[in-house]
Ligand binder design. Sequence first.
Ligand SMILES: [Zn+2]
Length: 92
Amino acid sequence: MIIVEPGAPDTLASPKGMGIFIMTRYKNDPFPLTVRYAGRCSRCGCALAKGAPAFYWPSSRQVLCTACGEPEYRGFLASAEDEDWYLSQRHR
Ligand SMILES: [Zn+2]
């Protein structure tokens, strides 16, 4: 079940948007959001109330509750930072 508007991620990723924290090259990477429509976590199936914090994975179009999504999101951030650090060490 998709509980965010289909166009929302693209709108958020727009360079013209306000308060953008998503870089366009990471368009398909997960990001935190506020639930727009009541639904359920794609992982554990728990209820997500409208207005509740959650995490969205654009590539798989999954919405995860904070309990499921936050550890994965932090893991993603850590791996992304590691990659940046790794690449920064390799410049010629
Ligand atoms: Zn969950």
